[in-house]
Design a protein around this ligand. Structure first.
Ligand code: UD1
Ligand code: MG
Length: 449
């Protein structure tokens, strides 16, 4: 069965108090919209249609960043959820199969739940995702008749008896494309909000001799985001879930509550993550690697047996081979560090290649930026870079080479050579003692008068 997604994302999100469209606020480093698209992507949708309105251009760009083939349709006036889905009519032209309607601000619906809805479609024309609400509040209520769903009533329009129902509408609906569009065409706006309600298609379907049912999921899955506090609560829930998944898959975390993960963080079995580590998007940690406390990683790959931190920063393009050691106050950006190499203290390595087993001394800097352009530093294998070496890129240091401490390398260093570039030392006998006594006398004089 072919699937098309219609993701509603035209709403303003007034309560976010933000210039950014609501669906572009992030959880686990990814926009809410991407979470909605991600859980549905496992269904391999033939078409993904995103209905945009407020902040349309930004939302369209985000949709296409996730899926270059996503189709954006505009809803210029927000006249209700049925009206929003109706905007997808042209984009659904020629599509035969089921449509799943999702909300862009509801990030936690699982693939399994969507699969259950598709399975339920075998016996019913319309399938709605419901949940038992702890506090049903202003959600729409599902009015059941046995296993059949008779209709959905919005809170605003519900009688006291209907409001007492705790089975609520998540907003996710699945139906055959042609059926859905026909039902939507029959939806009116004669209700308390004066809006075209998508849930009205259930009552209309029943009136036409079609059938509807509800699939239920945990309330946490249907969590929608309307305010920054709700966003923060959703982030906390995301973090808890992601930590648990990783730990259950064999990752060691002593203080999981202090480890922050992204939607795409991958960590192998027996890897150890010490407290207070942040994984921004794009990080892969292989089995048995160790990320020590207070490190920040983004767009980086750490291979088996490597140790990172404490207090290390891996930026996009950091590629660490097996058994590499990255120590405290070291920043690595767009650089590959080959097997067994060590960069242990107070160092910046950017736009570079470091060969196997090479040791980079404390305080080394690849001077990669001339104020306008970035340049590359290449260092061979089994080389020793002395402490406080400045590598003025573009520059190459060969294999089994050395740089003397405090050398500023401006010329390539051949294999096996040692580079030394610093002013020669001269000692002035007795000068330190003389200077100390002069300075102390001066201080004593100032204190007196
Ligand atoms: C909707 C449902 C309600 C359900 C609840 C679950 C209707 C009429 N009601 O109510 O039964 O319990 O969600 O959260 O559908 N949107 C558009 N264009 C519009 C209107 C809405 O794109 O013209 C989008 C919004 O951006 C949002 C989603 O649709 O992502 C839901 O709209 P919202 O206004 O939040 O609906 P609720 O009143 O919460
Ligand atoms: Mg809502």
């Amino acid at each position: 069965m072919s699937i098309a997604l219609v993701i509603l994302a035209a709403g303003k999100g007034t309560r976010m108090e933000s210039d950014l469209p609501k669906v572009l606020h992030k959880i686990g480093g990814a926009p809410l919209l991407h979470h909605a698209m991600l859980s549905a992507s496992a269904l391999e949708p033939e078409r993904t249609i995103v209905v945009t309105g407020h902040g349309a251009e930004l939302v369209e760009a985000a949709a296409q960043e996730f899926d270059a083939d996503a189709i954006a349709v505009r809803q210029t006036e927000q006249l209700g959820t049925a009206h929003a889905v109706a905007q997808a009519r042209d984009a659904l032209n020629g599509f035969e199969g089921d449509v799943i309607v999702l909300y862009g601000d509801t990030p936690f619906i699982t693939t399994e739940t969507l699969e259950q809805m598709i399975a339920a479609r075998a016996a019913h024309d319309v399938v709605v995702l419901g949940f038992e609400a702890a506090d049903p509040g202003r959600y729409g209520r599902l009015i059941m008749d046995g296993t059949s769903l008779s209709r959905i009533v919005e809170f605003k329009d519900a009688s006291d008896e209907e409001r007492a129902v705790t089975l609520c509408n998540s907003g996710v609906i699945c139906a055959d494309a042609a059926t859905l569009l026909e039902l939507i065409a029959a939806v009116g706006n004669d209700n308390a909000a004066g809006e075209y309600y998508l849930p009205d298609i259930v009552g209309i379907a029943n009136g036409r001799g079609l059938t509807a049912t509800a699939v239920t999921c945990r309330e946490a899955e249907t969590l929608g985001i309307n305010s920054r506090m709700e966003l923060a609560a959703a982030e906390a829930l995301f973090q808890q879930t992601k930590r648990r998944e990783l730990i259950e898959d064999g990752v060691m975390m002593q203080a999981p509550d202090t480890v922050f993960l992204s939607f795409d963080t991958i960590i192998g079995r027996d890897a150890e993550i010490e407290p207070n580590v942040v994984f921004a998007p794009g990080v892969t940690i292989e089995s048995g690697a160790r990320i020590r406390a207070f490190s920040h990683l983004e767009g980086a790959h750490v291979s088996r047996g490597a140790i990172v931190g404490p207090f290390a920063r891996l930026r996009p393009g950091a590629e660490l081979a097996e058994n590499v050691h990255i120590g405290n106050f070291v920043e690595i950006k767009n650089a590959s560090i080959d097997e067994g190499a060590k960069v242990n203290h107070l160092t910046y390595i950017g736009d570079a290649e470091i060969g196997a087993r090479t040791n980079i001394g404390a305080g080394t800097i690849t001077c990669n930026y001339d104020g306008v352009m970035k340049h590359k530093t290449i260092i061979g294998r089994d080389t020793f870079i002395g402490s406080n070496t400045m590598l003025v890129a573009p520059v190459t240091v060969g294999n089994e080479a050395m740089t003397a401490t405090a050398t500023t390398v401006t010329k390539d260093v051949p294999d096996g050579a040692m580079a030394i570039a610093r002013t020669e030392q001269s000692n002035k006998p007795g000068f330190a003692r003389k200077l100390f006594s002069m300075l102390r006398a001066k201080k004593a004089k100032q204190a007196k008068g």
